[in-house]
Write a protein that binds this ligand. Structure first.
Ligand code: PEP
Ligand code: MG
Length: 745
């Protein structure tokens, strides 16, 4: 068989395009396409298999196999060579198909066995649509050029499917019509029903085939030049802001300048693709690799390529971000990832958020919590499957997302939302009542905050103050270091909004997962245990000093509460407190009226601090247990790593022993103690902490109602007695008995 030339490939693609343009139904188009491909590639067989549900492929058209098999022959993903191509997203090329592992003879397709087989996936930016196969009688492997040529054809088929060219052929051709379920993880609890609003809508390519390669190359070159210019501008403006900021952006710039990337796209154009189809073909390849690689460096680079491809597609097609389309009235934002500032811009107009990436502590999650919007993270590939306006249900409690749900699912979901609304109403009735347990003990419930957007919840939730104000959020949502005057104005507004209720400001806790976009990223093997929080503050003193000055100025005429994060050694606390006192003197010397009093506390987030000398406890005005970090270091289990995080339970005897020891040490030294990690807002955990002696719990505003309701119907003394008995008997996992006692099972 002769090698295929560029012009043959282009001729074939033109025929495909004419097929697309000609009137006719989907089936007629598919039939004519298989005929053209077999003819052009001089093979006896050409077949198109398409997904009829997410696990099954159906033979939808063929030249060379029995016609009767069309729409009859079906394959599961684990069946046959066709199933393997679909599963792996990679071509199979063999001269002896029957000898290949997994080969399945399908008698209904014809008596004959064809030894040579070449199958390539039909996919669009990582979304698998089906498999294109050619087979011939002559036992031979297909050349690299032929494989490449068939991939280009498959790419055009994918684009044609996206445009609806094959609708009405009897099979479900577009994954965009099926109901789908995504199993992600909880970012923020709550449920919402609405319609998809894509943060970055899919670019639609209406002309996958290019007539004139010279013209397409020129279009590509021009678009790439524009892309490079934007990337250069991005790098330069990042430099202007912070004096550094290269790192990530530099790698990005290198990619934008990659010769091999451009060369591959030019080769695609030479075979007959339009410039945009060439960009998308390489993007699909990168996505397929992204799914199969575990190497974090390579993943980052492939993400860069994906992002650059999207930008390039927008330049080439002129399709911007959702321009001209009205946002639905009940938008659920669907995105690969989103920055905190962008999410804040959407604000409370969103009903929910679904991300493909993100992590429990990521900035977007923090903002979604502040806005009290249900959020699901790790919903793999949802941006490929969702279209603007699709109906969608988001269950932030379980991490499940239903896209284009069946009516029965939607009805059950609505019942759940109605029940939650009812529960919220009953919590609202408790708002002004104390969290007083049956045994008479009263627990103070405070809320965690970090944005102005949080403050209205202080009133609505009945919180007795802000037990943790995460000041880093103001730094994270900006593109530069905020000025002292800006911070002072914000802190003042926060205190004004809180009226007479106390606000405990935690100083900047950056590092670990909270990386400021404008700070030089330092490569640390273990950032959670690296240069973060107070460690940064004591070394890069300028920023912490500036923040302390802003706090002192804002607190003029009232009491100031400052808390230092992640203190692992008592000397760190002493040094930070000395810094605060020095700033007090400086501010006074400059003529600023001082706060009426200053209370200085430490966050106990590492086991080491629980064993600090007694003098340390006496030196603190208060201590707050940062349970999220304390737990991760106690169990040596990364709080961001779903796989290990879930193995260890707060309600286990060793962790509760540690908490009790801290409670006792604080009681012995008369230091007020609170708990402000996520566990404070989980009812069973909150009741257990209270039973162990914690009298202040600080949590998300939405948790105050459920926690208060449970505490008011619990005898904490009896719960403590039960926990003691179980621990004495050697029970390690206390959750089942605690849950039963609390009536939560
Ligand atoms: C904690 O670690 O429990 C805590 C409250 O701090 P953050 O979650 O901000 O690290
Ligand atoms: Mg912490």
């Amino acid at each position: 068989m002769p090698e295929r030339t560029e012009s043959e490939s282009r001729k074939l693609l033109r025929r495909l395009r004419d097929t697309l343009a000609a009137p006719g139904d989907g089936q007629a188009r598919l039939d004519s396409i298989t005929h053209h491909i077999a003819d052009s590639m001089r093979t006896q067989v050409c077949s198109i298999y398409l997904f009829c549900d997410p696990d099954t492929l159906e033979l939808c058209a063929t030249e060379g196999l029995r016609r009767q098999a069309v729409h009859q022959t079906r394959l599961r993903l684990n069946e046959g060579l066709v199933g393997r191509v679909a599963r792996t997203g990679r071509p199979i090329n063999t001269a002896n198909a029957p000898a290949e592992p997994g080969f399945r003879y399908m008698p209904e397709t014809g008596e004959e066995v064809f030894p040579s087989f070449l199958g390539v996936p039909i996919q669009r930016v990582g979304e698998k649509l089906g498999v294109l196969v050619v087979q011939s009688r002559e036992a031979r492997e297909y050349s690299d050029d032929e494989i490449y040529g068939l991939e280009v054809v498959a790419m055009v088929l994918a684009e044609m499917a996206e445009l609806g060219a094959f609708l009405g052929n009897g099979a479900q051709l577009s994954a965009h019509r099926l109901p789908l379920v995504f199993r992600g993880s909880t970012g923020q609890e709550g449920s919402a029903e609405g319609h998809v609003w894509l943060h970055e809508p899919r670019v639609v390519i209406t002309n996958p085939v290019g007539d004139d390669p010279e013209k397409e190359r020129a279009r590509l070159t021009e678009a790439v030049a524009m892309l490079r210019q934007t990337v250069d501008d991005m790098v330069d403006s990042a430099d202007l802001v912070s004096g550094d900021g290269e790192g990530v952006l530099e790698a990005y710039r290198m990619f934008a300048r990659s010769r091999s990337w451009l060369r591959r796209m030019e080769e695609d154009i030479d075979l007959g693709l339009s410039a945009e189809a060439a960009v998308e073909k390489e993007q699909s390849h990168a996505r397929a690799k992204l799914e199969s690689t575990g190497d974090p460096y390579l993943r980052d680079r492939l993400h860069d390529l994906d992002d650059l491809s999207n930008r390039l597609l927008r330049i080439l097609t002129g399709q911007g971000r959702n321009t001209g389309i009205p946002m639905p009235a009940d938008p659920i934002l669907v995105a690969r990832n989103i920055g905190p500032a962008e999410l804040l811009e959407y604000g409370r107009s969103l009903r929910g958020v679904v991300l493909e990436e993100g992590s429990v502590g990521s900035h977007a999650v923090i903002v979604a919590r502040a806005l009290a919007i249900p959020l699901v993270i790790h919903a793999a590939r949802i941006t490929s499957d969702a279209l603007n306006g699709d109906p969608i249900l988001v269950d932030g409690d379980t991490g499940l997302v239903h896209l284009r749900p069946e009516e029965t699912v939607a009805a059950a979901f609505r019942d759940k939302i109605a029940m939650q609304t009812e529960a919220q109403k009953s919590y609202a009735g408790l708002r002004d009542l104390p969290a007083q347990a049956l045994c008479g003990t009263t627990v103070k419930l405070m809320m965690n905050a970090g944005l102005m957007a949080d403050l209205p919840s202080l009133e609505g939730s009945g919180a007795e103050g802000v037990g943790l104000f995460r000041t880093e959020l103001q730094f994270l949502i900006r593109s530069r270091v905020p000025r002292r005057s800006e911070l002072a104005a914000l802190y003042l507004r926060v205190m004004d909004n809180a009226r007479s209720k106390p606000v405990i400001f935690r100083t900047l806790d950056i590092g670990s997962d909270k990386v400021l976009p404008y700070m030089k990223r330092i490569d640390e093997p273990n950032p959670a245990m690296g240069w973060r929080a107070i460690r940064v503050g004591l070394e890069k003193r300028g920023v912490l000093q500036m923040q302390l000055q802003a706090l002192i100025r804002a607190a003029e005429g009232r009491e100031l509460h400052v808390m230092f994060p992640f203190v692992a050694d008592c000397d760190e606390f002493y040094e930070a407190r000395a810094m605060l006192m020095a700033q007090m003197e400086r501010e006074a010397a400059m003529g600023h009226a001082p706060p009426t009093g200053v209370r200085v506390g430490a966050m106990l987030e590492t086991p080491s601090l629980a064993f600090a000398p007694e003098a340390f406890f006496r030196a603190c005005d208060f201590i707050s247990i940062g349970g999220n970090d304390l737990k991760q270091f106690f169990f040596a289990a990364d709080r961001e790593n779903e796989r290990v995080r879930k193995r260890y339970d707060t309600l286990s005897a060793p962790f509760l022993d540690l908490i009790e020891m801290i409670v006792n040490r604080c009681a012995a030294t008369d230091v007020p103690l609170s708990f402000c990690g996520e566990d404070a807002g989980r009812p069973a955990e909150a009741a257990t902490l209270a039973a162990l002696g914690l009298r202040v719990l600080s949590m998300r505003p939405a948790s105050i109602g459920p926690v208060k309701a449970l505490l008011r119907r619990t005898d904490l003394a009896a719960l403590k007695a039960l926990i003691d008995t179980e621990r004495a008997a050697g029970t390690v996992t206390l959750r089942p008995v605690v849950a039963r006692f609390l009536g939560l099972t």
